[in-house]
Design a protein around this ligand. Structure first.
Ligand code: ZN
Ligand code: ZN
Length: 427
């Protein structure tokens, strides 16, 4: 019993671990002759209490694995935060660079039930509650542009990439520099996350930062300001478009919607209550990095194999119609590159949920490596110092996923693993 509990507690609450069959053997190596010496350590999966090696699934999505998604959320929080106030190898001076938080929406595909910020009722005449199921669904489903809605999501990734090019151009223009010379003076870094609106359209939230020529390590030029950056973002977002798609004689052009929100980010010290703080921004991005399309599609979180599966799902008529449209368009050879059927469950957005430019801050991989190094160091302290050179023979074979009923029951009785509690949670 203690053995199986120890093995399960090593999963840190992961409920869908990957199971591996195999072995790992470590020998020490004579550093002078290169000869393999003593057997140091041998691990055989069949000797383990669970009969297999269990490895965390590392899924980022809360509705797949809450524990792994929580680790992902914290890592994302630190990644965003280090780009805003330094740390994790990023200098603290980035806190003084111009930074904004911007939200980019999709255009309208037809009026939907909403809660206007003006406090007026919805166009249907009702005042909807905050969690009213009608929110985000079309007022007139028969005239709602489902085709454009689905295709917009499918082009949201390319639209963002093009936007980032336009943005550098617009910043350069405001500084009176050519594109080529711009790189000698400044860099634009960003980190962004995709989120689904209730109507099923993807929108992006991004931290955009203006640095010197070598990124966060170098001070931005004197002309760089949050105002200039805001102005350039607005210009680039208004200009950017992806076109060239023609379906049955209809030419589609994909642009951002007119609803664009850009706000300067202040450091926590200047938080007057109204200001957007570094912490709030990082928490917001981290939260949405662990979500999929569930705000729009509810229970559906896996690819569909047959469109007939839709009938069995507890999803809104609007989501059903978006997916049906995706499925129908997915049959077209000329749209094969959009992989509409494979991504129908995500309403055709197939981009990464959270992305960042190379120089924004550290990487999720670096954070994971640091954690693994720390664990190894802890283990080494417990088992005595590791020899300098080891020879490792290992062979692992995928044997399935998940926990047995008994393991699930035992795992549920465990306390949260050390190091996964005590950090802030965010609304
Ligand atoms: Zn997991
Ligand atoms: Zn309404």
């Amino acid at each position: 019993m203690p053995g199986i509990l120890r093995q399960l507690s090593g999963l840190g609450g992961c409920t869908h671990p990957i199971r591996l069959d195999g072995h790992r053997t470590e020998y020490d190596v004579d550093t002078r002759t290169g000869e393999i010496g003593n057997l140091l350590h041998h691990l055989d999966s069949s000797d383990l209490p669970a009969g297999q090696l269990l490895v965390r699934c590392n899924n980022r999505r809360t509705n797949r694995c809450p524990a792994c998604a929580e680790v992902y959320r914290r890592d994302t929080f630190h990644l965003i935060t280090s780009g805003l106030r330094g740390g994790k190898g990023i200098p603290e001076q980035v806190g003084a660079h111009p930074r904004v938080f911007a939200t980019f929406t999709a255009p309208s595909f037809g009026p939907v039930h909403n809660r206007p910020s003006s406090g007026r009722p919805c166009r249907c005449g009702d005042r909807h509650d905050q969690d009213a199921p009608a929110l985000g669904s079309p007022l007139h489903p028969d005239t709602y542009d489902y085709e454009a809605a689905v295709l917009w999501n499918a082009h949201a990734g390319p639209l963002w990439r093009r936007f980032s090019i336009y943005l550098r151009r617009e910043v350069a223009k405001r500084a009176g520099l050519t594109q080529r010379r711009f790189r000698e003076y400044a860099r634009v870094s960003f980190a962004k996350v995709a989120e689904y609106q209730k109507r099923g359209a993807v929108h992006f939230h991004a931290v955009v930062r203006l640095d010197g020529p070598d990124g966060g390590d170098t001070p931005p030029p004197t002309w760089a300001s949050a105002e200039l950056l805001t102005d350039a973002i607005e210009a680039a977002a208004a200009k950017v478009h992806v076109d060239g798609l023609v379906i049955d004689g209809r030419t589609h052009t994909f642009t951002f919607g007119r609803q664009l929100d850009v706000r300067a980010i202040r450091s926590a010290d200047f938080n007057g209550g109204q200001e957007l703080t570094e912490r709030a921004v990082a928490a917001y991005i981290a939260k949405y990095a662990t979500k999929g399309a569930e705000t729009a599609t509810g229970a559906l979180d896996r690819p569909l194999r047959f469109v007939a599966e839709l009938a069995q799902l507890d999803i809104s008529d609007h989501a059903r119609r978006l997916i049906r449209t995706a499925w129908a368009l997915g049959a077209r050879k000329d749209l094969a590159h959009l992989r509409l059927r494979a991504w129908a469950h995500m309403l055709c957005f197939r981009g990464h949920f959270s992305t960042k430019s190379r120089r924004y801050s550290t990487t999720l991989g670096a954070l994971r490596d640091a954690r693994a190094d720390w664990r190894r160091a802890q283990a080494a302290t417990a088992n005595g110092p590791a020899p300098e050179t080891t020879y490792v023979l290992a062979h692992w074979v995928f044997a399935g996923t998940g926990l047995s009923d008994a393991e699930t029951w035992l795992a549920a009785s465990l306390e949260p693993a050390p190091g996964t509690e005590g950090e802030p949670t965010h609304g």
